[in-house]
Write a protein of this length. Structure first.
Length: 279
């Protein structure tokens, strides 16, 4: 049996930092060779019994914290770790630990990574049959911690998934002229990419499992203390694929235009009122 990439102990979820660092270093050349931003998909990421235990716990889910059902993100729900069962919650804490940070730093070459104890936007993500997430670039600023978003880690939980079941993770170039990579969301496959305002990705093809099973994943994001006043923050930005039925996110475009046109003091006073009105 092949040794897992990140060989966490299934009971304690611990791993020596040196071993984790070496595991990241072994994958660094492959990951960093990809352009225009770094990304990769890696199979056999964790001991499979860890994710088997997570899958068993997630058969019963609490009420979702967030639900999305609009043209750009359809039939998607997310669950924050602190409301999930004990073992799954502990796995999230382990993936925010020093050994895993060392692994991610060695893999990506980004030093000084900071985990998010609040898991903003992270957690367990579920996309139901017929659902999808269009190609997008993620929010770039963690306002609560004033940190810059740098790395996404995605771990898939779907057993015996096939490409024709939809939901593959896709990576695109900036002008949307070329799909750079596509990864079927297979059980124990980890996809990672270095996050920027031009790291276009998503799972735009609708989930279509013959038995109605949803696409399920674990999502964690890592940051650095490199944000400054010269940067402009943005929310999730969507881009339609050429020749597709993908729709532009006109609401976000309107908000960005408003932020550009209004003086900051006026924008801060008006933005939340306009959002309530659906602007």
């Amino acid at each position: 049996m092949t040794k897992p990439i990140l060989n966490l102990d299934p009971d304690s979820l611990l791993l020596p930092t040196g071993e984790a660092r070496a595991a990241g270093g072994a994958l660094a050349a492959e990951y960093r060779s990809r352009t225009p931003f770094h990304f990769g998909g890696f199979d056999g990421f964790l001991p499979p019994e860890i994710l088997d235990r997570v899958r068993a716990e997630l058969k019963q889910l609490p009420k979702a914290e967030n639900s999305f059902d609009r043209p750009q993100e359809r039939l998607k729900t997310s669950y924050v770790p602190e409301r999930l069962p004990t073992y799954t919650r502990q796995l999230f804490y382990a993936l925010n630990s020093r050994p895993v940070l060392a692994f991610v730093e060695e893999l990506t070459g980004i030093k000084g990574l900071i985990p998010d104890p609040y898991f903003a936007g992270g957690g367990v993500h579920v996309v139901a049959n017929g659902g999808h997430l269009d190609i997008h670039a993620d929010f770039n600023h963690h306002a609560g911690l004033n940190l810059e978003r740098r790395v996404n880690m995605l771990i898939y939980l779907n057993k015996d998934w096939r490409e024709d079941y939809g939901g593959s993770f896709e990576v695109w170039d900036e002008d949307m002229s070329s799909k750079l990579g596509s990864y079927v969301p297979l059980f124990n496959r980890m996809c990672m990419f270095s996050t920027s305002s031009d790291s276009w990705h998503g799972n735009p093809e609708p989930v279509n499992h013959p038995d109605g099973e949803p696409r399920m994943s674990i999502a964690l994001y890592y940051y650095t203390a490199t944000w400054d006043s010269s940067r402009k923050s943005h929310t999730t930005l969507f881009k339609p694929r050429p020749g597709s039925k993908d729709q532009r996110d006109r609401q976000v475009a309107r908000r960005a235009l408003l932020q550009d046109l209004l003086p900051p003091v006026i924008h801060r006073k008006l933005a939340w009122r306009l959002e309530k009105l659906g602007f």
